[in-house]
Design a protein around this ligand. Structure first.
Ligand code: ASP
Length: 586
């Protein structure tokens, strides 16, 4: 199919040229004997005019037909400033109807009004919409920059297996039954973690991969069962070396795709981050940090504060300027409900500054000097409000962290032009799983503990810090990673600390533990969430907007209707029989 130009590229300088264009009919309008057709290809839209000498040829042409048109570019009498080609049109001389199309079940327009379920069923039509095409192109550009920058930095792209051994990393594995070895299963990788570490043992030194990862997790709005990581691993490195590579990559991406020179990346330890923001992925585009004001109440007679302090709790507060009048009793009750239901905070107290004095739920029980201390601490002015939670530190902090974000969103305190990157370091090594009744690895069990905390592995796992880090951007976790264990004894100890017996560890990771014996270099890396990164750059909160063929929130592909049932013959060769009580009638 010959064409001389792309529809979205013609400008007034092209006037007088004879061009041939191809594309889909985005819109047609009839004006007496004149027909106007907007012809669309990936580059954009061009208006084609069919005058009375040729309009008969397109009388049956409807939306989404494919045309090939030859004609002359001319200046438009009524320019359309909304599209880049708005100053010109093409006067058709010849037209070839390349293909017809049935009426599209979805509205193919930038702002479509078709429901998402229907759009997902007809994803190939939804993908004709420019915003989605732009997102796919953006994603492609991010990948191209990543490949270029990492290549320049001496990284080698290596593909690791998709059919792998089941080595659960926290989520459930997707299993693939083996036909040749009935009863045995492959697993789809949750990430190439073990393979990339083996590549370090293999001496590759610097590896990357744009890796598909699969996690059979419970349904969540912003998850897809498969996703993509820009996966990186490096040998002979410390945290700073890994951070430098990631920062270089992020700088290139933001500079080339957004024209933004990023400010310095900030850093906080996990402990400090939780104290200040009650979250390990804080949004730094607004202030309103959490302040521990326990020390203001050392001698308080307020019974509630006394008993919280005596039982090891703390009193935390967040200050917002000029918002007191926005918080009526009803609004405060709603906020309280939200914190109670989602964050276990029993009570939300508040103090409002009105006419130079504090009022509010705890104004009465506090002494004048305590109130004066609060006013001074936050430099409170009229119409300011301070939210206060007295509780166990973890509860008070996370609840106020959630409140901080909610209030900022509700009152537009966020500067959307900013990109604030934050490295959160020194994550806890373990977290307690109520479900499994044991300590589990907070990141994954290959993460190195902080050297000074190795002796806490068994004696005080709660306070054992690790060399795991996250990179956070505007409240999103963009990546996780860590410096790994490279010593076999230490790796065995960590398995033991998470309750794996030596036999279990050998059964699961035997080949990996064995590899450690043959000269393992110190190493570390990251897995960057490609969809997340693309979402931030595309300014969308819907992960499906950056995935070509996504599944729904309930992990279904509505287009191909999968997962699907397979016939008995297919199961037979795999040696698999589905239990009657698990068979659903379709
Ligand atoms: N494999 C890790 C993850 O998927 C990333 C890393 O530690 O490099 O979170």
């Amino acid at each position: 199919m010959k064409r001389t130009d792309h529809n979205g590229t013609l400008r007034k300088e092209d006037a007088g040229r004879t061009v041939t264009l191809v594309g889909w009919v985005a819109k047609r309008r009839n004006f007496g004997s004149l027909v106007f057709i907007d012809l669309r290809d990936r580059s954009g839209i061009c208006q084609i005019v069919f005058d009375e000498t040729i309009s008969e040829a397109v009388k049956d042409v409807r939306s989404e037909y494919i045309l090939q048109v030859t004609g002359e570019v001319q200046i438009r009498k009524d320019p359309n400033p909304k599209i880049p080609t708005g100053e010109i049109e093409v006067l058709a001389k010849e037209v070839n109807i390349v293909n017809t199309a049935e009426t599209s079940p979805i509205t193919i327009a930038d702002d479509t009004d078709t429901s998402e379920d229907v759009r997902l069923k007809y994803r190939y039509l939804d993908l004709r919409r420019k915003p989605l095409q732009d997102n796919l192109i953006l994603r492609h550009k991010i990948q191209m920059i990543a490949r270029r920058v990492l290549d320049e930095e001496g990284f080698v792209e290596v593909s690791t297996p998709i059919l792998a051994r089941s080595t659960p990393e926290g989520a459930r594995d997707y299993l693939v039954p083996s036909r040749i070895y009935n009863g045995r299963f492959w697993a789809l990788p949750q990430s190439p973690q073990i393979y990339k570490q083996l590549l370090m043992i293999a001496g590759m030194e610097r590896y990357f991969q744009i890796a598909r990862c699969f996690r059979d997790e419970d349904l969540r709005a912003d998850r897809q069962p498969e996703f993509t990581q820009i996966d990186i691993e490096m040998s002979f490195v410390e945290e700073d070396d890994v951070f430098a590579v990631v920062e270089k990559l992020m700088r290139a991406i933001f500079s080339e795709l957004k024209n933004i020179e990023l400010p310095a990346f900030e850093r906080l330890t996990w402990e400090e981050c939780m104290k200040r923001y009650g979250s390990d992925k804080p949004d730094l585009r607004f202030g309103n940090q959490i302040t521990d004001i326990t020390s203001l109440f050392e001698h308080t007679e307020f019974q509630v504060f006394r008993s919280v302090m005596e039982s090891g709790g703390e009193i935390d507060a967040v200050h917002f300027a000029g918002l007191a009048d926005q918080y009526s009793r009803k609004t405060l009750d709603k906020l309280q409900e939200f914190l109670k239901a989602g964050f276990k905070a029993k009570a939300l107290a508040y103090l409002k500054m009105e006419n130079g004095a504090l009022s509010g739920s705890i104004a009465k029980p506090l002494s004048d000097s305590e109130k004066a201390a609060v006013i001074e601490k936050f430099g409170m002015q009229d119409n300011d409000i301070v939210f206060v939670i007295a509780d166990k530190p973890a509860i008070a902090r996370t609840a106020l962290g959630a409140l901080r974000v909610r209030v900022a969103h509700e009152h537009n305190l966020i500067d959307h032009s900013q990109y604030r990157f934050l490295w959160v370091t020194d994550f806890p090594m373990f977290e307690y799983s109520e479900e499994e009744n044991r300590w589990v690895a907070a990141h994954h069990p290959f993460t190195a503990p902080k050297a000074e905390d190795v002796d806490k592995l068994f004696t005080d796992p709660e306070h054992c810090s690790s060399r795991a880090y996250d990179l956070v951007l505007n409240g999103y976790e963009l990546l996780s990673g860590s410096i790994r264990i490279h010593d076999q004894d230490l790796q065995e100890k960590v398995f033991e600390a998470i309750g794996l017996t030596m036999e279990q560890a050998k059964e699961k990771f035997g080949f990996f533990l064995e590899a450690f014996r043959y000269g393992t270099p110190p190493h570390g890396g990251v897995g960057i969430g490609l969809e997340r990164l693309t979402m931030v750059l595309a300014d969308t909160e819907n992960i499906r907007d950056v995935v070509a063929f996504p599944t729904t929130n309930s992990s279904l592909d509505l287009m191909s209707e999968s997962p699907n049932y397979v016939d008995d013959a297919q199961l037979d060769v795999l040696g698999i029989q589905v239990r009657d009580d698990k068979k659903k009638q379709s």
